[in-house]
Design a binder for this molecule. Structure first.
Ligand code: DGL
Length: 258
């Protein structure tokens, strides 16, 4: 493995930046390539066939960089790949294992329609521990409001409350089963005193346990390259708000994933 090879991540949009931020904080010497497919967001409402084509295209494009690892910074894509043999690092499996082996008796998952319809979290947790009760709530309105820079706080709160009201009173924790949701973490915490779980934390631990972490980059000027298929200004705005550190950040719009 080339120690200076990049770590690649992808998402439909700005959601995966929440994973990139935690990873870049934990491994500050690495080079990162992030792909946001903003031309096709949201992924969560797509059919299995549509999503398969999109994910295959993205993965083939990222593989050209000969990366150390490709991380699905997108739960919807990880849900799609859950039943398949895949070399990608899943955002779902590491946290599912942690929850299955924890003290939690009941957890709630907020996620996209696709992730919930495929019971991705329930299957991954209950495969290891069938005794954990997993409440699944599909939240199709959250990604559009998080991606929409014009959306008012009042509108966001109204929609968050809609899903908050569905959480079982006996639930021990809320899992953000979509990488967009940590962007609204502060609002969620203000509305209810609930323990929240960001699966990105378990992904960081997973990377620590892999070869990637033993093969640290020696690059003196680590970089973050942000690629998008559309709406470069949106990725730019969120990356400025969200990513910090001494990275050289470049932003590129792709005409096509070829
Ligand atoms: N952020 C992604 C996820 O974790 C995709 C959301 C979407 O595009 O619907 O599921």
């Amino acid at each position: 493995m080339n120690s200076n090879a990049p770590i690649c991540l992808f998402d439909s949009g700005i959601g995966g930046l929440t994973v990139l931020k935690k990873l870049a904080n934990a491994f500050p010497n690495e080079n990162y390539i992030y792909l946001a497919d903003l031309a096709r967001v949201p992924f969560g409402d797509k059919s299995k066939e549509e999503l398969t084509n999109i994910v295959n295209e993205i993965v083939s494009w990222l593989e050209k960089f000969n990366p150390k690892a490709i991380i699905t910074a997108c739960n919807t894509s990880a849900a799609l790949l859950a039943d398949q043999q895949s070399s990608l690092v899943s955002i779902i499996d590491p946290v599912a294992k942690e929850i299955a082996l924890s003290e939690y008796k009941e957890v709630t998952v907020w996620a996209t329609k696709f992730t919930i319809e495929n019971s991705a979290y329930k299957k991954a947790i209950n495969k290891i521990n069938p005794n954990v009760k997993v409440q699944e709530i599909s939240c199709p309105k959250l990604v559009p409001v998080i991606e929409n820079l014009e959306c008012s706080i009042e509108e966001k709160i109204k929609i968050i409350n809609e899903y908050m009201d569905q959480i079982s009173p006996s639930s021990d924790a809320l899992i953000y089963g979509c990488t967009h949701y940590p962007h609204i973490d502060e609002m969620v915490k203000k509305l209810r005193n609930i323990k929240t779980i960001d699966p990105a934390d378990a992904v960081v631990k997973e990377i620590f346990s892999r070869d990637v972490a033993r093969n640290v980059s020696t690059d003196r000027t680590p970089s973050i390259s942000l690629y998008t298929t559309a709406h470069k200004e949106k990725l730019e705005k969120f990356s400025k708000l969200y990513l910090c550190g001494d990275y050289k950040v470049e932003l590129v719009t792709l005409k096509a994933l070829v």
